[in-house]
Write a protein that binds this ligand. Structure first.
Ligand SMILES: C[S@@+](CC[C@H](N)C(=O)[O-])C[C@H]1O[C@@H](n2cnc3c(N)ncnc32)[C@H](O)[C@@H]1O
Length: 275
């Protein structure tokens, strides 16, 4: 997941340069990050993600509880930043026609292994095409999908001024975009020394879009108003915003503080529809 106090690097330079490698765009930087980190990431989190494949965020809140995707049977679905495609495999098993897109060849190598194993198993669903491309430059024809979704995927790592028009292009009229990401609150309260979100506001909520880490990802974190205006500018209508709360007694492989995430929203899911 992309977040402070997550698994992937720390936020030691969160107040510093927008991009750790000035010669690289955020997209290139994130591709290098995920290609380098994929094996460690899957070793740390893969088992939990496989155990709860159709569930959201670091606490793996079940889709069956929040019901933000609904019935996907018969839909053309794009997972937008699929990682090892645990989610996509689960939805293919629910008779969706799913495509998994990711720009990291290392993450997709894990996805290909899992997809192959799923197909070989008794409860195999449909074939799962995996596409290596950046979410900002996908190879799909316009109006190819009924649903585009991600769980801490492309929408966390790319400028929404690029992704939202691209998703609007990919969706059929009335199609839906559903995505989870980290709220601004862990970022603005994050303390590097303890690698944790805290109870103190330490950074400004305003004036940034890119939050960069010295040895982690570049994340796009907008204010709530900026998100709403970006959605509307790309032609989306907001159906809902589901703030995820850590369930009682929750644990996670991502190193987040469950007590914090029971009191404040650390992750949220936007439900959008093409107007
Ligand atoms: C935290 S993982 C999310 C995947 C899965 N839901 C999980 O929890 O592991 C983030 C994924 O987004 C992908 N990603 C980041 N930027 C991307 C981009 N511009 N285009 C496509 N995929 C991207 C990364 O390669 C990585 O596999």
């Amino acid at each position: 997941m992309s977040a402070p106090a997550g698994s992937s690097g720390d936020h030691s330079s969160a107040e510093h340069s927008p991009s750790p490698e000035h010669s690289l765009s955020p997209e290139q930087h994130n591709r290098e990050f995920w290609d380098d980190d994929a094996d460690d990431y899957q070793a740390a989190h893969g088992a939990a993600l496989r155990r709860t494949p159709d569930a959201w965020g670091v606490w793996r809140v079940p889709e069956a509880d929040v019901r933000v995707l609904g019935d996907v049977a018969g839909l053309d679905v794009l997972e937008y930043g699929c990682g090892a495609a645990q989610w996509s495999i689960a939805l293919a098993g629910q008779r969706a026609r799913v495509v998994g897109l990711d720009q990291s060849t290392s993450q997709l190598a894990h996805a290909a292994k899992l997809a192959h194993a799923a197909r070989a198993s008794a409860d195999a669903g449909r074939a799962l095409p995996l596409v290596c491309a950046s979410g900002t430059q996908s190879p799909f024809a316009a109006a190819s999908f009924d649903l585009v979704f991600c769980d801490h995927g492309v929408m966390s790592f790319c400028d929404p001024d690029a992704t939202l028009p691209e998703v609007a292009r990919l969706l059929r009229p009335g199609g839906r975009l559903v995505f989870s990401h980290t709220t601004p609150w862990p970022y603005v309260t994050y303390r590097h020394r303890t690698d944790r979100a805290t109870r103190r506001l330490r950074r400004s909520y305003f004036g940034r879009r890119e939050w960069a880490e010295a040895d982690g990802t570049v994340d796009f974190v907008l204010t709530m108003g900026e998100w709403v205006r970006a959605f509307r500018a790309a032609g989306f209508v907001i159906d809902d915003l589901v703030e995820l709360r850590a369930p009682k007694g929750a644990t996670t492989t991502f190193g987040w503080d469950a007590g914090w995430a029971r009191r404040w929203p650390a992750e949220q899911i936007w439900l959008l529809r093409l107007g």
